[in-house]
Design a protein around this ligand. Structure first.
Ligand SMILES: [Zn+2]
Length: 644
């Protein structure tokens, strides 16, 4: 039987959200061409998803479902939240069915869905940890036990599966569970909310899918209950004050940003100003005081938590991959709400520099923790006992084309640059095909050609001569003050758009029109606020949307932490096709002097004015994109380098 694939599947459906400035473009309307992201999405499809399925099986996560349905007598295996890994994998695999129409993927998905269906209770409850002998413990510890969190992931998986396949079998399970939850935790019922947010986002999306207001109301109830002691008034769980009174982020980073994502979803539907103002305050607080240069967040190992302002250690960084993914999810929702390019800037930056380091180039090993400096002992692993990050990366990559574009009544918005073809159904009903040619992120030359104009989707064979709409091109904030040259059909376009904005080009577009833009990709040397004491006298290196690092394997014979980089010399840039999947490396000028001779193995010494320093040797230093580190032999790595 041939599977029908619904090309209208969108990742977050703000199509009818009254307060969404931007509307989504279906995944099936965007096809990536050979390039940076296509390679990773193909690897996700051919390596990550099958290997993760095997790991779900091997680690007993699927057996936990079989145990409840009586198909195995094995005991429950793993952590209380292990069902969520199965659901995140199902979501990743479901989105992937947009690109992979093969029988093998479909049968894996169907097999897992069958296990999920068979494990659901008659009353709609579903969580394999709390079945059989633990029925009485259901809903008794919302702070720690992740029941609503797991439910949220099931709902998201079901939405993905139904949107892509049109089949409602998993959605039927999700709706029964969602109804059970609304019956249990509605406004006049048990006053609970989850210690690990996630259900909020899921319920808003379920409302968008079904039109049933009770899911939206339940999401609002869960957010409104925070700050009223449901979760022991713990600051760690953002239950110490009502959400609308927060002015900075504390506690567990993934939980906090999932909650912010859910609250943004709510604002997209309700337009509530107070909640919107809170989200703005929290975003600004995170970006100005609590975020790594990579976009990673949650600095502390203790509690996987946000630290104090400027508490951003490098070697001891936690910066969980899931927290970076949460940062992407939140910024996407804020972007859809406001169309403000700062959210697209951070989304892109976080994707390249905080999410992508989480997966190896061979697509089967992962970082949970992402240090910015390391001695070479931190390596990616095939799986974790708490395996939240691997399937979270898989679903993020599967959804990625959905983050590239948006639509508004004015026209088409381009957020992420990547070689691709896309079809856009304008709100006027006309269809526009655009081919994007670029080697981004390795250079900033981008060509966009209008390759087709059609009157409506139902009449694709007929063409129209022209269509009037705006093209909004993102001029990334990382360009700082540089001017961007834009040409239309070879003629320079006079514009005043500055980096960190969208350049709106409104015209009567014709088939064959070509827009080219050149985003200069100079190497930049970045310093951090002096309150981040570890980075004092140190600089980081960026180029385009990428943060760079030094890795020992490229710089043998010198102690990485003592290399001094000279920011006055512009580095040489070299694209090396055979290295780490094809990357641009930087050849930097620097210096190195032996501190061993100067310090004679002592830890402290009296300050002497005008102490002669050992001779500094001039050296050439090689720097690679941070996302690609730890893919060769183990060795030291560092993002922050001494300045010469
Ligand atoms: Zn994680």
């Amino acid at each position: 039987m041939n599977m029908r694939i619904n090309n209208n599947a969108v990742i977050i459906d703000t199509s009818h959200s009254p307060f969404a400035r931007l509307k989504p473009v279906p995944l099936g309307d965007i096809s990536l061409d050979r390039g940076f992201w296509q390679f990773r999405i193909l690897m996700n499809q051919s390596v990550t998803i099958p290997t993760q399925f095997q790991l779900l099986e091997k680690t007993g996560r699927l057996d936990n479902f079989r145990r409840v349905s009586g198909d195995t007598r094995k005991p429950y295996q793993g952590n209380v939240y292990n069902d969520s890994d199965v659901y995140k994998w199902l979501e990743a695999a479901s989105w992937t069915m947009i690109y992979d129409h093969g029988e093998q993927l479909r049968s894996l998905v169907d097999c897992v869905i069958e296990l999920v269906i068979r494990a659901q209770d008659i009353d709609g409850y579903l969580n394999t940890y709390f079945s059989l002998s633990k029925i009485r413990e259901r809903w008794t510890n919302l702070q720690e036990k992740h029941e609503l969190y797991c439910a949220g992931h099931l709902i998201q998986a079901a939405i993905a599966h139904q949107r892509v396949t049109g089949d409602s079998k998993l959605m039927d399970v999700a709706i029964r569970l969602a109804d059970h939850i609304c019956g249990m935790f509605g406004s006049s019922q048990v006053a609970g909310t989850c210690g690990h947010p996630e259900i909020e986002m899921a319920l808003v999306e379920l409302f968008r899918m079904t039109g049933d207001m009770k899911y939206l109301e339940q999401a609002a109830i869960f957010i409104d209950r925070r700050g009223h002691g449901c979760l022991g008034s713990r600051e760690y769980l953002l239950d110490h004050i009502p959400f609308r009174n927060l002015d900075h982020l504390t506690g567990h980073a993934v939980r906090a940003l999932y909650l912010c994502s859910g609250a943004t979803d709510l604002v997209l539907e309700t337009g509530e100003q107070q909640l919107r103002a809170t989200l703005d305050l929290l975003w600004t607080n995170m970006v100005n005081q609590k975020m790594y240069i990579t976009g990673g967040v949650g600095a502390r190992h203790e509690g996987e938590a946000f630290g104090k302002p400027y508490e951003l250690p490098n070697a001891r960084a936690y910066a969980e991959t899931c927290a970076a993914i949460a940062n992407v999810m939140w910024n996407w929702r804020m972007l859809q709400l406001e169309g403000n390019p700062r959210y697209a800037d951070l989304l892109e930056w976080t994707l390249y520099n905080a999410v992508l380091p989480g997966i190896s180039l061979d697509s089967k090993e992962y970082f949970y923790v992402n240090p910015l400096v390391d001695n070479g002992s931190h390596r990616r692993e095939a799986w974790f006992e708490c395996a939240c990050c691997p399937p979270n990366i898989a679903r993020t990559l599967a959804m990625l084309p959905g983050y590239m574009y948006s639509l508004s009544k004015e026209g088409i918005w381009l957020h992420l640059y990547a070689k691709s073809n896309a079809v856009f159904e304008l709100m006027t009903g006309q269809n526009v095909e655009i081919e994007q040619t670029t080697s981004y992120p390795w250079d900033g030359d981008i060509a966009l050609q209008i390759t087709g104009l059609h009157p409506s989707q139902s009449n694709e064979d007929s063409a129209i001569h022209s269509a009037k709409f705006s093209l909004f091109l993102r001029l990334p904030g990382w360009l700082s003050d540089q001017k961007v040259d834009v040409n239309i059909n070879g003629k320079p376009l006079r514009h005043h758009a500055t980096p960190g904005s969208y350049l709106e080009i409104h015209r009567n577009w014709k088939k064959g029109d070509i827009v080219t833009l050149r985003l200069p990709m100079d190497v930049r040397f970045i310093e951090s606020h002096p309150m981040i004491v570890e980075n004092y006298d140190r600089i980081a290196i960026t180029r385009g949307p990428l943060v760079y690092c030094l890795e020992a394997v490229d710089n043998p014979g010198v102690l990485l932490s003592q290399i001094r980089i000279n920011p006055a010399v512009q580095p040489e840039i070299e694209f090396v096709p055979g290295l780490l999947g094809g990357i641009v490396i930087l050849h930097l000028s620097g210096g190195f002097r032996s501190i061993e001779a100067e310090w004679d193995k002592k830890l402290y010494r009296i300050v002497k004015v005008n102490l002669p320093q050992a001779d500094e040797h001039k050296i050439r230093v090689i720097s690679i994109p941070y996302y690609a580190w730890a893919n060769r032999k183990p060795g030291a790595m560092g993002i922050w380098n001494l300045i010469q």
